[in-house]
Write a new protein. Structure first.
Length: 269
């Protein structure tokens, strides 16, 4: 027979309250897609446009000796997924800024909902948005000639990379939203995402780079996240690169979520 103590009941109540509040905030965020589609559609349409435009403009990239695929869309479509998933997280930060400015956050503070739900709720919404973005980009990419190098299991690393970058983007954007409390942080949210992604082998493999760009790309953890995302579409991706990509997601997610939690604590003071 299980004995329920007051401490256990209190812990269960806190856990239930956190989950209920988190799910409620996530559902609210997803409903805003229907109410304000203009706030989410760019996160879907931009990566689709980017994948098609880059694959068409740089189609000759496949002629580079040793290039790991004969289809340019195989190279650029995963980049579009990662970028779109990052913006799914950034969009969560922008929505939080609006909630702070309109006073919605103050109303939440008056409820018994745990403060951590202000992070986990938006995070769950970002994951759902990432799944939508990834599925849309993959569907269009397949129509334009993208092909897996093996079985359909090769899609798993792409989805993992998308969810990972959405998590990283959410933590970073929420932290900046709690720090600045207004739209001053919006430019930083978006600019940093572009910088960390395009200072990798986003458009060309490292083997054809030189100078400072090559050095930065080699130490940039997003290089390995991109390699993880592309692994199902290229002829060969070393296991080391896949593990480094997974490790980068874990480390960066922990750092950005910790940043968000610290800034949330300061905001409540």
């Amino acid at each position: 027979m299980t004995v329920t103590t007051p401490a256990t009941r209190a812990a269960n109540t806190v856990h239930t309250g956190r989950m209920a509040a988190s799910v409620g905030l996530a559902v609210r965020s997803l409903r805003n897609i229907r109410r304000l589609p203009s706030t989410f559609l760019p996160a879907v349409l931009m990566p689709i446009f980017q994948a098609i435009a880059f694959a068409g403009t740089f189609f000759a990239i496949t002629q580079i000796p040793g290039f790991p695929t004969d289809r340019s869309i195989n190279w650029f479509m995963p980049l579009a997924v990662v970028l779109g998933s990052g913006f799914a997280g950034i969009g969560i930060g922008l929505a939080m800024v609006r909630d702070i400015e309109t006073g919605f956050y103050d109303r939440i503070r008056m409820t018994p909902a745990p403060r951590s739900s202000l992070i986990t709720g938006p995070w769950l919404s970002a994951l759902a948005r990432s799944l939508i973005v990834t599925s849309a980009v993959v569907a269009v990419g397949m129509l334009f000639g993208a092909r897996l190098s093996g079985t359909i299991v090769g899609l798993l690393p792409l989805y993992v990379a998308g969810l990972g970058v959405a998590t990283i983007g959410t933590g970073w954007a929420l932290g900046l939203a709690f720090l600045f409390r207004d739209m001053r942080g919006a430019a930083i949210m978006q600019l940093t995402l572009f910088l960390v992604l395009f200072l990798t082998e986003a458009q060309a493999p490292i083997m054809v780079m030189d100078g400072w760009l090559e050095t930065v790309a080699r130490v940039n953890p997003f290089t390995y996240i991109l390699r993880l995302a592309r692994s199902g579409f290229l002829t060969d991706t070393p296991t080391r690169d896949i593990l480094l990509g997974l490790g980068a997601i874990v480390v960066l997610s922990s750092l950005t979520m910790s940043f968000a939690r610290r800034q949330l604590g300061r905001l409540d003071r």
